[in-house]
Design a binder for this molecule. Structure first.
Ligand SMILES: *Cc1c(COP(=O)(O)O)cnc(C)c1O
Length: 226
């Protein structure tokens, strides 16, 4: 790579989009990115952005166009739900019934329905949040107890490893669960899996929504804690 001029945002965005089939939605992960960087991608026509930290999202949102679709992709603490409930388009990482309860309460308070994905724990690592596949299945097959939440599907994060075989089998497992649940539940049409490092594999295994930051915006330099 030495001597190669760095690609522009437009070039990186075009390259990422070229790898994504029409039935897969691209969420541009804009955590730690400035308002100017987000606006630059907006100006290239992109509308779906994903953020991890409620406070950062709420600081940036008023400075950006109102037709941006904001996805919340990080681990959401119940005491932060009220900050994003008025506007969030889709919450990807719902990982407890307590969080479902709080999201439902805040959705009602804001007189709206919030779309959610249940996060399923598929990685070997203990650090990733999520329901077990059996818990997710029970929640979606039973009577849905949250009238102001619309379940749209599942989200998962594979192990952070170079072992493509392991990552592929984790994605496959999630796709199997999604396909089975979807068989008699037409509410479900989103399977969110795949990030910069593993999106091609996730798409090959059945993803319908990828969350990509680094491959579009470049390396993240600022690290923020939730
Ligand atoms: C940061 C993040 C991403 C994007 O990661 P990149 O490697 O920058 O593409 C995707 N999903 C989640 C949940 C994240 O926290």
């Amino acid at each position: 790579m030495s001597g190669t001029p760095p690609l522009s945002l437009a070039e990186r965005y075009a390259a990422v989009k070229a790898g994504i089939p029409a039935h897969v939605t691209l969420v541009a992960v804009s955590k730690t990115r400035s308002v100017d960087e987000i606006r630059a991608l907006y100006d290239l026509g992109h509308r779906a952005f994903g953020e991890n930290y409620p406070q950062e999202l709420c600081e940036k949102r008023p400075q950006l166009p109102a037709d941006i679709e904001w996805h919340f992709i990080g681990h959401l603490q119940t005491n932060k739900v009220k900050q994003i409930a008025p506007f969030v388009h889709l919450v990807h990482g719902v990982d407890s019934t307590r969080l479902l309860d709080e999201l439902d309460r805040r959705a009602l308070q804001n007189n709206r329905t919030i779309q959610v994905l249940l996060q399923v724990h598929i990685a070997r690592e203990d650090t990733k949040h999520g329901f077990t596949p059996a818990e997710a299945e029970t929640l979606l097959k039973g009577a849905w107890a949250w009238p102001h939440l619309q379940p749209k599907g599942l989200m998962g994060m594979a192990s952070n490893t170079t072992d493509q075989h392991l990552v592929g089998s984790e994605f496959e497992g999630l796709t199997e669960l999604y396909t089975r649940l979807r068989g008699n539940d037409d509410r479900l049409d989103i399977l969110s899996m795949g990030m910069s490092g593993d999106a091609p594999l996730a798409i090959a295994k059945g993803s319908t929504m990828v969350r990509i930051g680094t491959a579009i915006f470049g390396d993240r330099v600022r690290i923020r804690q939730a």
